[in-house]
Design a protein around this ligand. Structure first.
Ligand code: FAD
Length: 492
């Protein structure tokens, strides 16, 4: 702790002499920039596209500003809430309506049973569970109670664990829709301990998977609050608020500026810039670099520095078609907050009935149009390219309307649509994918051998704001420490 006034003056002067360049203006880059800028470090953010926010993105549709990328955040750890409060949006934090989601493709549709963990039921014979997996599925799942826990041992793959203990029906109809909808991933590729921390230990204690789920679910209901929260007006407000804070701190933001290369300055004298950042508009010099670009761009930029391989497999591609439509049949929210599908049964992967999920949105929309709704239909996952591939907006909208009608169980046609949008994304594998954490640690270990460069973002922290935000913060703390005190950045 520095408290000598002269030392503080020197520190402030030194802080502004140091220059940090952040490559990429998604949430990870903006959070890293804020951490550095708020102690007086000079920061420049270089963003390839014409807007900030990356996968947190809004579109203006039928007079509404709507999230067409991330639309909520997990409350886990309280990190995103803390950030939202820091940028003065704390009073606008909202929780979704408690309506819950449905599963479609059973055949037919049924509510997602309550009290489960990643779709795994606590009680196979509960009526809402039987409505999804039938009596046969329930009896097979019940065998979990009778089997010794050691026949499975420590199983790392969520899919193999559920299949072995509770059978295919539970896996296909309950767990796969959740992992596909939430992680865009197959349950076989999900690491149990990362996706459901504590489940393996509870399995050993309880002696069965359903018993373990019951223990975890009990612990969860004792914790206050909901699993996700949002921001009144949409998550894109977080991006705008972060940009405003960065402007307050004098951060320079350059849009439409893709970084083409990052080069170490090999003959850099002590206290002179270590890095040259190449862009089409010219080069920048910096003492520290935070690489916050999307995965494929980040890999391309880092490859010459640390010999990074290509990503291990194709990235899951996801398309979100947002529909604003007039439909009195949707007023009663026939499928709660939305629908997850059993993989392979529908062209859409999932649907969110946004006006049923978010009261603030419904209030705005219905103030002028009593039967107007916002529905987001998602296509594509790790295993399957989006069915909307190659379609223009008109054709994708038509497909989304057909899928929405089936999933919501109401008649809909194109004439009811008053606005639509398609957003196309390339995602990274979820942090809970088997091997993902080790791969990220290996990248970080190689980067730690260099001085003055760190990498942040979902491809290293895991997808989801609750993972991206604290990770970017931790990495940026190391960068700013180095900028202030000259120590090399080590996030540990
Ligand atoms: C459809 C969808 C819905 C989602 N919903 C949720 C949700 O509800 N809740 C949740 O928590 N998470 C959600 N996620 C995940 C979450 O949005 C991401 O994990 C998170 O936003 C990733 O942030 P990031 O900064 O790591 O990456 P990005 O947002 O991808 O940002 C990277 C930035 O780098 C820029 N860039 C790329 N190349 C260069 C270059 N060469 N030079 C300079 N800049 C470059 C890009 O343009 C981009 O702005 C969702 C994701 C998707 C795709």
């Amino acid at each position: 702790m520095v408290d000598d006034p002269q030392q503080l003056e020197d520190l402030a002067a030194h802080a502004h002499e140091a220059h940090v360049v952040v490559v990429g203006g998604g949430i990870a880059g903006l959070v890293a920039a804020l951490e550095c800028a708020k102690v007086g470090v000079r920061v420049t953010v270089l963003e390839a596209s014409d807007r900030l926010g990356g996968l947190v993105r809004a579109a203006d549709l039928a007079g509404l500003t709507l999230d067409v990328g991330a639309e909520s955040f997990a409350t886990r750890g309280g990190h995103v809430r803390a950030l939202v409060e820091e940028v003065r949006l704390g009073d606008d934090i909202v929780t979704p309506a408690p309506a819950g989601a449905w599963i479609a493709g059973l055949p037919g549709a049924a509510p997602l049973p309550k009290g489960g963990v990643l779709g795994i039921p606590a009680s196979p014979f509960a009526e809402d569970v039987r409505a999804v997996i039938g009596w046969n599925g329930a009896w097979r799942a019940y065998l979990d109670r009778l089997r010794p826990v050691l026949t499975i041992g420590q199983e790392r793959s969520l899919g193999r664990l559920v299949r072995g203990r509770m059978g295919e029906r539970v896996l296909e109809r309950l767990v796969a829709p959740v992992t596909s909808g939430v992680y865009s991933a197959d349950p076989d590729d999900i690491d149990v301990e990362l996706a459901a921390p504590g489940l393996s230990a509870a399995l050993t204690r309880a002696g069965s998977l359903s018993g373990a789920v019951l223990q975890l679910a009990r612990a969860r209901t004792e914790a206050p609050g909901s699993a996700v929260e949002g921001v009144r007006g949409g998550m894109s407000r977080l991006v705008d608020a972060l940009a405003a804070r960065l402007a307050d701190f004098g951060v320079e933001i350059r849009l439409d500026t893709p970084v083409e290369a990052i080069e170490g300055v090999s003959d850099a004298a002590k206290d002179s810039p270590r890095w040259r950042i190449r862009t089409a508009e010219g080069d920048l010099s910096s003492d520290q670099v935070v690489v916050a670009a999307s995965e494929s761009a980040a890999r391309a930029l880092l490859r010459p520095l640390i010999g990074l391989a290509d990503r291990p497999g194709p990235a899951p591609r996801v398309h979100i078609v947002t529909l604003v439509l007039d439909s009195p049949e949707l007023d009663a929210a026939p499928r709660g907050s939305g629908v997850l599908t059993v993989p392979g049964t529908h062209r859409a992967k999932a649907l969110t009935h946004a006006t049923a999920k978010w009261a603030w949105l419904s209030e705005i929309v219905r103030a002028q149009h009593p039967h107007r709704h916002v529905v987001r239909v998602s296509f594509g996952s790790q295993a399957e390219p989006p069915a909307t591939d190659g379609l223009d907006l008109e054709a994708a909208t038509a497909m989304a309307v057909t899928e929405a009608a089936t999933l919501l169980g109401v008649a809909l046609d194109g004439s009811q649509v008053v606005g639509s949008d398609i957003a196309r994304y390339e995602q990274t594998l979820p942090g809970a994918a088997i091997g993902q954490r080790d791969a990220a640690a290996a990248v970080r270990a190689r980067l730690a051998e260099l001085t003055g460069i760190v990498a942040v973002g979902a491809w290293l922290s895991g997808t989801g704001l609750a993972q991206v935000v604290p990770d970017a913060r931790a990495q940026a703390l190391a960068v700013r420490r180095a900028a202030l005190f000259g120590a090399p950045p080590t996030a540990d």
